[in-house]
Write a protein that binds this ligand. Structure first.
Ligand SMILES: [Zn+2]
Length: 235
């Protein structure tokens, strides 16, 4: 993959932004010129690895603060920008972002969400997927100090988004169960018709869908989620 990584590297001189110290956190990306809404600024590059490998590489428990260069592309793939990543990995999170991330054909790009003035810091909403059982320590690790007027205090997704997703998953499960029950009923009545014998259809529990990192990234704009695994500080 070394070849692909090298090809993905963006020439720094072509970038619409530069990397320097940020008031938000560590380093940040700052517009070198006015940027138009919708402009594609950079691809989020790095080594493409499966989730288990990312989980092995980065240990939640040993970190004081979140520092991640991981980006979830799909239920299978994570991009680790600490291996072959480019300047995109320095773009900070904001609860009032001027950029957004989008996945196109399995690749991740950062776009301008609105017109951006020269000198403005670029940021997008990381919105890490919650699992719903975050500990106080984790809440601390993911606390946000972006300084936006509407800062939600966390770089994790808003609780409302999590609850919405949870409800959607529950609905899907219920629908699957209902579908299964319908089929069972149909089978039963078919069996009754074809013979006098009573058919005992075994009930099998609905297949459990794993809650962890199972959802493919939603198609919706601005809802691209970053992996919650993270990198130790090196900023
Ligand atoms: Zn914030």
């Amino acid at each position: 993959m070394a070849k692909a990584t090298a090809a993905n590297k963006t020439n720094a001189s072509e970038l619409a932004f530069e990397i320097r110290e940020s008031a938000i956190a560590g380093k940040g990306a700052f517009a070198l010129r006015p940027i138009k809404k919708g402009e594609r600024l950079i691809e989020y590059t790095g080594e493409r690895i499966p989730h288990p490998v990312a989980d092995e590489r980065y240990d939640d428990d040993t970190m004081e603060e979140h520092h991640t260069f991981l980006f979830t592309v799909s239920s299978r793939t994570v991009i680790d920008a600490s291996h072959g990543g480019n300047e995109s990995r320095f773009i900070n999170h904001s609860c009032d972002p001027n950029c957004e991330s989008e996945i196109e054909g399995g690749r991740v790009y950062i776009f301008a969400l609105r017109d951006i003035k020269q000198g403005e810091e670029l940021a997008y909403d990381y919105a890490y997927e919650r699992s719903g059982d975050e500990t106080e320590k984790e809440e601390m690790q993911y606390r946000c100090r972006c300084g936006a007027a509407n800062c939600r205090g966390s770089i994790m997704e808003p609780m409302a988004d999590f609850l919405k997703r949870k409800r959607a998953i529950a609905r899907k499960k219920a629908a699957a169960r209902a579908e299964k029950a319908k089929k069972t009923t149909r089978k039963k009545s078919a069996a009754k018709k074809s013979s006098a014998k009573k058919s005992a259809v075994k009930k099998s529990p609905a297949k459990k869908s794993s809650a962890k990192k199972s959802a493919a990234p939603p198609k919706k704009k601005s809802s691209t989620k970053q992996s919650r695994a993270k990198k130790k500080s090196r900023r």
